[in-house]
Design a protein around this ligand. Structure first.
Ligand code: TYM
Length: 331
């Protein structure tokens, strides 16, 4: 059976981008068609300035939202990265096959390092080596497919390269994984700046739809989205990035495709109104289930805490001695 692994980082409140680009596919198909693992990757949140208590709160919220979005612990495994020591152990071994140049070429490293510097902070070494920890997350479980949004494709490529290199050097050890992306909305853009990704750690609140935004807040944000000066409705990512973003969101939420939808509309206002309502309807069940789960914290804890005992015993652990033996650091 295909092994699927993916993760989400608790650095901010989860967004419509996280949902359309990744979480929705995990719940709708991956968990039913594959042996699937979904992880709240809390160690990754430590690579930038953070408040530990906030990371704990956001980790719990992310786990709750994963379940609220439809992940079923009877069909897949939902867990927290720091509960499984092997991620950090494997990350070190992979650092020994990765190169400094490879790390410095990562687009997200360049962007995030620049942001940390702009904020007057120093750049943590872990921000540079972050993609190796991500490769460890993936490779530890013999993953075949990694369902992610476009922004993570370069990191999954690195995991592939490291797996191939390790296998060549030390004998066949790792499955070589591949990234999979949704056909629409694999890169949802910020509503106030359609040339930038809608990211949960960004500061521009009005351009970001959060999964837990109230319906009226969602409507206001979508209605105020920055669009372009044209009048006719056409889908053109280059020339009309703001409108294209709305058409993609609308297509992802209503099941159409953005080019075809463009032909149906005569005004930007109408596109915005329908997009706002489509987003509200897509998020409604998630918000409702989230509310129910918040009233039952023991359930969420139980689902994600399983890794520490019982079912978690097989997670990662059987792999490590074999991997360590292949690089001669364990007899
Ligand atoms: P993270 O937490 O930034 O995002 C989680 C998932 O959401 C997708 N995503 C988006 N998709 C479309 N449009 C957007 N605006 C958007 N924003 C986020 C991401 O592509 C991702 O699929 N490094 C990863 C976390 C990670 C991971 C892993 C993922 C750590 N280890 C192993 C897969 C496998 C990250 O920061 O994702």
């Amino acid at each position: 059976m295909t092994r699927v692994f993916s993760g989400i980082k608790p650095t901010g409140h989860l967004t419509l981008g996280n949902y359309l680009g990744a979480m929705r596919q995990w719940a709708a198909s991956d968990q039913h068609q594959a042996d699937a693992l979904f992880c709240v990757v809390d160690l990754h949140a430590l690579t930038v300035h953070h408040d530990p208590a906030r990371v704990r709160r956001l980790s719990r919220q992310a786990a709750t939202l994963l379940l609220a979005s439809g992940l079923d612990p009877a069909a897949c495994t939902v867990f927290v990265q720091s509960h499984v020591d092997e991620h950090a152990r494997l990350s070190y071994l992979l650092e020994c096959v990765a190169t400094d140049g490879e790390m410095r070429r990562m687009i997200q490293y360049k962007e995030k390092a620049a942001r940390e510097q702009r904020r007057g902070g120093s750049v943590r070494l872990s921000l540079l080596t972050y993609p190796v920890l991500m490769a460890a997350d993936i490779l530890a479980y013999g993953t075949d497919e990694v369902p992610v949004g476009h922004d993570q494709t370069q990191h999954v490529e690195l995991a592939r390269d490291l797996a191939v290199r390790f296998n060549q050097r030390y004998g066949h050890t790792f499955v070589v994984p591949k990234a999979t992306n949704p056909s629409v909305a694999a890169r949802v853009m910020n509503l106030q700046d359609p040339l930038s990704k809608m990211g949960k750690s960004d500061d521009t609140g009005p351009g970001i739809v959060y999964l837990l935004d109230e319906p009226d807040v969602v409507r206001r944000k979508v209605m105020r989205a920055v669009t372009d000066s044209g009048r006719d409705v056409v889908y053109d990512r280059e020339a009309r990035p703001g409108l294209a973003n709305l058409l993609e969101i609308l297509a992802a939420c209503s099941g159409g495709n953005p080019e075809a939808l463009a032909g149906v509309y005569e005004s930007y206002g109408h596109v915005k109104r329908d997009t706002a309502e489509a987003v509200v309807e897509v998020l409604r069940p998630v918000r409702e289930r989230h509310k129910e789960l918040c009233a039952d914290p023991g359930y969420v804890e139980g689902c994600c805490g399983m890794v520490r005992s019982g079912r978690g015993a097989w997670l990662g652990r059987p792999w490590m001695p074999r991997i360590e033996r292949s690089v001669c650091c364990r007899r």
